[in-house]
Design a protein around this ligand. Structure first.
Ligand SMILES: [Zn+2]
Ligand SMILES: [Zn+2]
Length: 188
């Protein structure tokens, strides 16, 4: 049994910015990745409703990193526990744990992928179509290859290579629609 992944909002980054917001359902886990900036909260809530998911039934929220464009609408999910690179947050409980390798459910796990920031994590999802990776290592299929906001571009490129080494079938980038990474040149 594999996880189901739906893109609620395909993000963009130009004059205005919206994050890619993703829903993952895997057995009892209902996971939202990057409830960030969008033009209107309905851009998250309406697709969620169409999929038959109430915000209060979301069990987990993952922050790919801490920038506001990826976190701003976290409070829509009042019952979720929240995951970042450092810890799990639930109510007033802060539980430290390393994110790398942490499993949220049988088919969903986290991977530390620093570069854009030191706190970047990728959400790896086992789907019927293969491994999908929700990640800010790419903004979109169209680039940019050099992340203009990266804290450490060399580290980012090593993280990209490590992720591509897992042979993902799908990249769900930080600010765009999912794409097949087969066309990307693997970094040496
Ligand atoms: Zn960012
Ligand atoms: Zn971003």
């Amino acid at each position: 049994m594999t996880a189901r992944l739906d893109v609620l909002c395909a993000g963009y980054a130009a004059d205005r910015v919206a994050s890619t917001v993703v829903l993952i359902r895997d057995q009892d886990a209902v996971i939202v990745v990057d409830p960030g900036m969008v033009a209107d909260r309905r851009r998250i809530l309406d697709p969620l409703a169409r999929l038959g998911v109430e915000p209060a039934s979301v069990t987990d929220v993952v922050f790919s990193h801490h920038h506001p464009d990826h976190t701003l609408n976290a409070a829509l999910f009042e019952r979720a526990r929240f995951h970042d690179v450092w810890a799990i947050y639930s109510g007033d409980e802060w539980t430290d744990r390393p994110a790398d390798g942490f499993a949220l459910s049988p088919g969903v796990r986290l991977m530390a992928t620093p570069g854009h920031t030191a706190q970047d994590i990728t959400t790896l999802v086992s789907t019927d179509g293969g491994l999908a990776a929700c990640t800010h290592l790419w903004w979109s299929a169209e680039g940019p290859d050099i992340d203009p906001l990266a804290e450490d571009q060399a580290l980012l490129e090593r993280s990209r290579a490590r992720l591509l080494g897992l042979s993902p079938a799908l990249i769900v980038p930080g600010h765009g629609a999912p794409f097949d990474p087969a066309g990307l040149e693997q970094q040496p």
